[in-house]
Design a protein around this ligand. Structure first.
Ligand code: BDP
Length: 599
């Protein structure tokens, strides 16, 4: 799905800002409140999570429907055009009415959706858009959750949302809302795949159009010089000695697709930035542009005070600045697709991304989240269809990003339980069919060990999340190091695939310091990391390390977390803990390529 843009043929307006907002009292949809202006609303910003913006626990912990509404105008000059209303994301379900008429609905809280609203808009007066947002997670959704319904002492229904993942269920209209226009004959989608044949960059381009298949394709370099051109919806273009997209040295070409109408004039145009680079897993190595790459960076979250998971461009720039300051070269979009604006930034800044779908918590008996009666995950969940849809939407959205080098199709599922392979095999096949150019991984939880894991054959890279030295062998880092070392060797012997530590970390309270490394202190976090570094540095099949987490983040309330998850190397307001300085020294001395491996 193309990112909305304005150009010589397309116009774009933003509907961000203050909307009207109210919680649903359980009757809104049946009373068809979207047919009139909403009553009893409060102001609410878009994009943002609504949870932390009102001093009321009923808003913060609301489970179910909420309403958003605002007015807008469209230009008279847009008559006869497609007028596309587009939401960057609505978490987790959205249904949209324009002037009281239903125009679209969407399941899944982290991918965009859009519809042509031209038949529903007025050109001579104000229009109204009304959005129903629902945040309930159950066994059919991605991520999964479980709704608990109880009665209070006077018989009122109380709804509590349980979920099996470790980040707060922020809700609302999280990403920009825009309207853009196109002609009736237009570019629907573009798929770009590039490879290197000797010194030649070969760019395969598929343009999906509506109305006309007369298409002209040109490639421009960063100075806007035309370097290749072709015509047709399937085009293969060649660039001699192209400048490659490299980690830390991004280079973006632009592919411009023009739809030519009957009279030979250009009726629509779309410009897609892309990079030329290759990725491949070979033996113990992860190759980018044919060279062994070493991932150094973090698992992250979209998370901040006040905004919650709402897009915050200033925060994103700050985070990229901190990543560079650290000497990091990559991050994982744990545990859901991040905003398109972040992916575009990563393309431009040369930061490598492992792109993850929101399939997190598929493990009903996992430690802190397990209820007393353990259930077989794969016999209980019914989310395979939503999971497939989530994979399709992610790949459709992010396929042209040079920064994306691997798809993560789940985080810590119950890979050791009966039924895991049957659940994941069709999903891995689907991912490979949709994108044969990138490796895929299923991020592993320790219970799916080399002896019990039923799904490791589906991953191209063994991404492991490990917490020995924290949840187990806390305060025994010597033992933790030995256990880790043994397990990594066992994985290598079993699979012969590169190992990537996608999570390891210790909760750390900023300012809690100690002369000896005590758990929760800043010193312990450094010692914990050092233990992992010493093990990984001796093993040449370890192709990457992402510390958990980049920054402290909000999660659900409970007895294992004090004011959120504190495994950040930065605090939630992005101040460095001691570990940031410690890790910075390491990352700055690790090269992107040929780390531990002879040239
Ligand atoms: C891992 C999860 C991650 C958690 C982390 C932790 O992948 O989402 O936040 O553990 O416990 O199991 O901090």
């Amino acid at each position: 799905m193309l990112y909305p843009q304005s150009n010589t043929k397309r116009e774009l307006i933003e509907l961000n800002g203050i909307w009207n907002f109210k919680l649903d009292d359980g009757t809104g949809a049946t009373n068809r409140v979207y047919e009139q202006q909403l009553q009893g609303t409060i102001p609410m910003p878009v994009p943002a999570s609504y949870n932390d913006l009102v001093e009321d626990a009923r808003v913060r912990d609301h489970v179910g429907d909420v309403w958003y509404e605002r007015e807008f105008y469209v230009s008279e000059a847009w008559q006869g055009k497609r007028i596309v209303l587009r939401f960057g994301s609505v978490t987790h379900y959205g249904k949209v009415w324009v002037n009281g008429q239903e125009v679209m609905e969407h399941h899944g809280g982290y991918t965009p959706f859009e519809a042509d609203i031209a038949p529903y808009v007025y050109f001579d007066r104000k229009n109204r858009v009304t959005v129903l947002v629902n945040n309930v997670l159950d066994f059919t959704t991605i991520p999964i959750g479980e709704l608990q319904v109880r009665r209070d002492s006077v018989g009122n229904e109380i709804r509590k949302q349980d979920y099996f993942h470790d980040f707060f269920n922020y809700s609302g209209i999280h990403r920009p809302v825009r309207i853009y226009t196109t002609a009736q004959q237009y570019v629907k989608d573009i798929t770009i795949r590039s490879e290197l044949r000797g010194q030649t960059g070969v760019v395969q381009c598929e343009v999906e159009t509506e109305g006309s298949s007369n298409v002209r394709v040109t490639i421009l370099d960063e100075q806007e010089n035309m370097v290749a051109e072709a015509s047709g919806v399937h085009a293969v273009l060649e660039i001699e000695k192209p400048t490659l997209w490299e980690p830390g040295a991004a280079y973006l070409y632009t592919l411009k697709a023009e739809v030519i109408g009957k009279e030979g004039t250009v009726v629509d145009t779309y410009s897609e930035p892309f990079g030329i680079r290759t990725v491949k897993v070979e033996g113990k190595q992860f190759l980018i542009n044919g060279k062994p790459f070493y991932f150094k960076g973090f698992g992250k979250h979209e998370d901040a005070e006040i905004h919650g998971k709402g897009l915050d461009e200033a925060l994103n720039i700050k985070d990229f600045s901190l990543l560079k300051w650290m000497g990091a070269n990559s991050f994982r979009t744990s545990h859901y697709p991040y905003a398109e604006e972040i992916m575009r930034l990563a393309d431009r800044e040369g930061i490598v991304v492992v792109d993850e779908v929101a399939a997190v918590g598929l493990h009903l008996s996992l430690g802190a989240y397990a209820s007393s009666n353990t259930r077989n995950t794969w016999q209980t969940v019914q989310c395979q269809e939503s999971h497939k849809a989530a994979i399709k939407e992610l790949i459709k959205r992010d396929k042209n990003h040079a920064c994306v080098v691997m798809w993560a199709i789940a985080n810590e599922p119950a890979g050791e339980e009966e039924g895991a392979y049957e659940y994941f095999k069709p999903l891995a096949d689907l991912t490979r069919e949709l994108d044969p150019t990138r490796p895929l991984t299923i991020v592993n939880y320790y219970a799916a060990s080399p002896t019990t894991c039923k799904i490791h054959t589906l991953s191209d890279v063994l991404c492991l999340n490990r917490y020995v030295g924290w949840y187990a062998f806390g305060n025994d880092l010597e033992m933790a190091g030995r256990v880790l070392n043994q397990e990594l060797l066992a994985w290598w012997e079993l699979t012969g695939k590169p190992v990537f530590l996608t999570e390891f970390g210790a909760d750390t309270i900023q300012g809690l310091t100690s002369t000896v490394p005590l758990m929760w202190s800043e010193e312990y976090q450094c010692e914990f990391l050092k233990t992992y570094h010493q093990v990984m540095d001796k093993l040449d099949f370890v192709a990457g390390e992402h510390v958990w987490n980049f920054a402290d983040f909000a999660t659900k309330q409970g007895i294992v977390r004090v004011d959120g998850n504190k495994k950040g190397v930065f605090t939630r307001d992005r101040r460095p803990k001691k570990a940031a300085h410690f890790l910075r020294e390491r990352y700055q001395n690790i090269k992107d390529y040929y780390y531990k491996i002879e040239k």
